[in-house]
Design a protein around this ligand. Sequence first.
Ligand code: ADP
Length: 190
Amino acid sequence: MIEKIINQSILSLVEGDITQETTNAIVNAANSSLMGGGGVDGAIHIAGGPKILEECKNIRAQSGRLPAGQAAITTAGSMKTRFVIHTVGPIWHNGDKNEPEILASCYQMSLKIAEENGCKSISFPSISTGAYGYPVSLAAPVAINTVVDFLMKDTAIQLIRFVLFSSRVFDAYAEAVRQRVEVGCSDLRK
Ligand code: ADP
């Protein structure tokens, strides 16, 4: 586990399963259909139960497909967290289709919705680095830089945690934190 204090909030990295989180919200790496899928999306729908899919269907009926870089919120069914924030990451196409900007938008829009819903803590998976093929060594610095930039502004969010499913992905995010967070942040590494 790694923890850093950024402008009075905590940025934390853990290896684990995001469906077990007790933060106020967890983020789902969904697809535009919002109808569920594999990877973390499938795990969240299984852990939370059918209520999440029902709410996703209502969002679809009202707003249509969710574009990449956008986010939408539902409750969390039977999971311990209160909300699932569904965001659609970019599919990797060699980096020349605005993938970094779209990925950054996923984090920004998720944090905005979390704030609007009174969340003080939020957990993210490594968006786009599974089925969507974004190289984790490139996705990790985008993710870390975007959330650190967010925390440098005033926010009610006190904890942003990345819940990473393997040591390989954890190590990539740890390296991105090392690159970004140096002077001015106390090191609470455990
Ligand atoms: P995408 O389609 O955005 O690439 P995936 O779900 O395929 O989404 O993969 C995103 C990341 O989520 C991968 O690093 C994958 O290993 C990870 N992941 C899968 N299941 C879980 C889980 N239960 N908790 C946290 N991360 C998970």
